[in-house]
Design a protein around this ligand. Structure first.
Ligand code: NAD
Ligand code: GLY
Length: 384
């Protein structure tokens, strides 16, 4: 498809960087040139799924730019967002005698982006890095804003750093090969922006849900652009999540409990966020802030793109499951001095960070947001 690419800026003074959004960007050296130092070289870090699809194209662009480069191909999966995998990246960088000026290029989804970003933050106390997100979720969310991390068995994203990339290059053509389940998971984060701060955008998504799932490039370009614009604006105002940025975590505290409780990789991040957002909406309704119609509107949009609207049981009964969610949610980074702060809805298009819900209410909302039945095979062992 031939339409001009769009460029946004994440405005962070001397750490500002562009986000390019469009088609064919992997093969446009001019977009890469200002952010690479050919004398220092580059390493492209990707995984076994993405490498056969896009690595050659990126290596060819680097060659055109006269930038010496090698690649590291990691195993694919959320379970590899770990210390062990991070160490294999450090091993490769040291074996190739990479210096502090070597650019790390993250080619892949949010797992690769988060892990490579954290590697860049740590390597020789900070190496430049470029995000080349290839999933919808990473194009609209994880590649922008500098949150980098790996998981710990006791909690998602618990070991990490704020570390901004030099460039984000979101090539919409890479979405052609993305499985439908991953497209839906990405739309979960797109819908999030509508819910937290833009009712008009939420309405536009209601109009175009099917077209987006069918990967209409014009619609995708708008969805990615609007999402990144929202994220860039919030990050520029609150880079380190002292306040407003926490709103971007709508559904995430519940969702992280699902991801950790089910074992990493079982539920996709975007799926867990969708079911978690429904729980947040139910809790907002119980606090009297939104009505049933708003909760149903949220569920309807998730359902139309094939996302789950109820959480899995994490134990043998709904009551025990709700207790397990709460236990896992207490590990969340938004828990401060023992007070659980949740992102809740005052309206579609208006989220707030709130400590208004007591534990009894939170438990009741989780209970209401659980699937009607357990999938016995899916109930993980507790207490790891
Ligand atoms: P992912 O990185 O696991 O990618 C999903 C799957 O798609 C993987 O199997 C991947 O190999 C494959 N894939 C990637 N690009 C492809 C393509 N173009 N064609 C075909 N297959 C492709 O998952 P994700 O949804 O991109 O990211 C989820 C991760 O992002 C989670 O770890 C989550 O915690 C993190 N995250 C971080 C932030 C942040 O601000 N840093 C925000 C949201 C999510
Ligand atoms: N995905 C939430 C954030 O970047 O803050």
């Amino acid at each position: 498809m031939n339409f001009p690419h769009q460029t946004l800026t994440v405005a962070l003074d001397e750490r500002s960087y562009p986000i390019h959004i469009g088609c064919g960007l992997l093969g446009k050296p001019d977009l890469w040139r200002p952010h690479l130092n050919p004398k220092m070289g580059a390493v492209v870090i990707t995984n076994t799924t993405v490498a056969p699809l896009y690595l050659e194209k990126v290596m060819a662009t680097l060659a055109t730019l006269g930038c010496p480069a090698f690649s590291v191909v990691l195993p694919d999966g959320e379970e590899y967002k770990s210390w062990e995998t991070l160490n294999t990246v450090f091993d490769a960088l040291l074996e190739h005698r990479c210096e502090r000026g070597t650019t790390l290029i993250a080619l892949g989804g949010g797992v690769i982006g988060d892990l490579v970003g954290f590697a860049a933050a740590c390597y020789q106390r900070g190496a430049p890095f470029i995000q080349v997100p290839t999933t919808l979720l990473s194009q609209v969310d994880s590649s922008v804003g500098g949150k980098t991390a790996i998981n710990h068995p006791l909690g998602k994203n618990m070991i990490g750093a704020f570390y901004q990339p030099k460039l984000v290059l979101a090539d919409l053509d890479t979405l052609d090969t993305l499985p439908p389940r991953e497209m839906a998971a990405g739309l979960s984060e797109v819908i999030k922006y509508g819910l937290i701060r833009d009712e008009t955008f939420f309405g536009w998504l209601e109009q175009h849900a099917e077209g987006l799932m069918q990967r209409d490039k014009t619609l995708l370009a708008r969805a990615v652009q609007q999402s990144c614009a929202h994220k860039a604006e919030v990050v520029a105002r609150d880079e380190r999540e002292a306040g407003e940025r926490a709103l971007l975590n709508l559904g995430h505290t519940f969702g992280h409990a699902i991801e950790t409780g089910m074992g990493y990789g079982s539920w996709l991040h975007g799926e867990a966020v969708a079911a978690g957002t429904v729980m947040a909406a139910i809790l907002s309704q119980e606090l009297g802030w939104i009505d049933t119609g708003a909760v149903e509107r949220v569920k309807a949009l998730f359902l139309r793109v094939g996302l789950p609207v109820a959480g899995p049981w994490l134990a043998a009964t709904p009551e025990a499951s709700a207790g397990r969610y709460l236990e896992l949610m207490r590990h969340d980074k938004k828990v401060s001095a023992g007070v659980m702060r949740l992102v809740l809805l005052k309206a579609v298009g208006h989220a707030v960070v709130s400590a208004d819900a007591d534990e009894a209410r939170i438990l009741a909302a989780i209970r209401s947001g659980l699937a009607a039945e357990a999938d016995p095979a899916a109930i993980p062992p507790t207490g790891f």
